[in-house]
Design a protein around this ligand. Structure first.
Ligand SMILES: NC(=O)c1ccc[n+]([C@@H]2O[C@H](COP(=O)([O-])OP(=O)(O)OC[C@H]3O[C@@H](n4cnc5c(N)ncnc54)[C@H](O)[C@@H]3O)[C@@H](O)[C@H]2O)c1
Length: 254
């Protein structure tokens, strides 16, 4: 799968807000159909709004908790049943809840792994497909994200899984590309949760993080553009794309 997304079927988790919503909108604008997965009660109104803009038959409303493997699998199957195929998956849903780190690992990492296996089961062996997993700069630079070690671990795990799975798929001759996006701060409700925790930290931690990271934030629409590049550029496989407010997009080598 490469090039245009028009006529293709995508599934996006965390589609009710932030990066997932911006990506769903981008995909719909480019002519794809979208299975929109989220746990938020806002998902219904989001789907109604997107339906009015891009055609209600092009969006599937799929309320689901991504940390529930069975429910997630059903939502993946529902997308394929409704639209006839599954070509693009964006495993994006996430939380910032360092206290509830068990739940955080399930939502932020386990669901990316189960979402990838669901995609492998449902994507056409002939046509193939593409998966994009939303990691974070915290996954690339866990040492500088010392205020959120569990979040960083989950996001590092996504990068490791993406790289290992790329080689796994390639060596088995499976025509699915898999990439990951690693944004720094993005203007969404999640970053407000992160800021709340950050500013409650002891001063030495605040000082250390401030010295090593920018407090500027990017728009979710900007991150969606990076995700679209990872979807449409057939040369990108196993790619880890970092997004920073001052430097823009950078592909991270080994
Ligand atoms: N905002 C940032 O600064 C930033 C930076 C790097 C990476 N990210 C990552 O980007 C992704 C999207 O986050 P965002 O910034 O757009 O935040 P957001 O809060 O705007 O969106 C996250 C969405 O995930 C949904 N979600 C949460 N738990 C869920 C569950 N159990 N099942 C289904 N849906 C669930 C939420 O309801 C929400 O709609 C996350 O994986 C996040 O870790 C965010």
């Amino acid at each position: 799968m490469s090039g245009r997304v028009s006529g293709l079927v995508a599934l996006v988790t965390g589609a009710a807000s932030g990066i997932g919503l911006a990506t769903s909108r981008h995909l719909l604008k480019s002519g794809a159909k979208v299975g929109a997965i989220d746990i938020s009660t806002n998902l219904k109104s989001t789907c109604d709004t997107l339906g009015k803009e891009f055609g209600s038959s092009n969006i599937a409303y799929l309320p689901c908790d991504v940390s529930d493997d069975d429910a997630l699998k059903s939502a993946f199957k529902e997308t394929k049943e409704q639209f006839g195929s599954l070509d693009i998956v964006v495993n994006n849903a996430g939380i910032f809840d360092e206290d509830n780190w068990g739940k955080l690992l399930k939502v932020n990492l386990q669901s990316v792994i189960s979402g990838t296996y669901n995609a492998m089961e449902l994507m056409s062996p002939d046509k193939g497909g593409v998966i994009v997993n939303t990691s974070s700069i915290a996954g690339l630079r866990p040492g500088t994200h010392l205020f959120c070690p569990a979040y960083s671990a989950a996001k590092s795990g996504i990068i490791a899984f993406t790289k290992a799975m790329k080689n796994n798929l390639e060596l088995r001759g499976i025509k699915i590309r898999i990439n990951s996006i690693c944004p720094a701060g993005v203007e969404t409700p999640l970053v407000l949760e992160a800021a709340k925790l950050f500013y409650s930290m002891p001063q030495p931690i605040i000082d250390a993080v401030t010295a090593s990271s920018s407090t500027e934030v990017m728009k979710p629409e900007f991150i969606a553009e990076g995700i679209m590049e990872l979807i449409t550029d057939a040369s990108k496989n196993g790619a880890i794309l970092m997004a920073e407010p001052d430097k823009g997009f950078t592909y991270v080598e080994e």
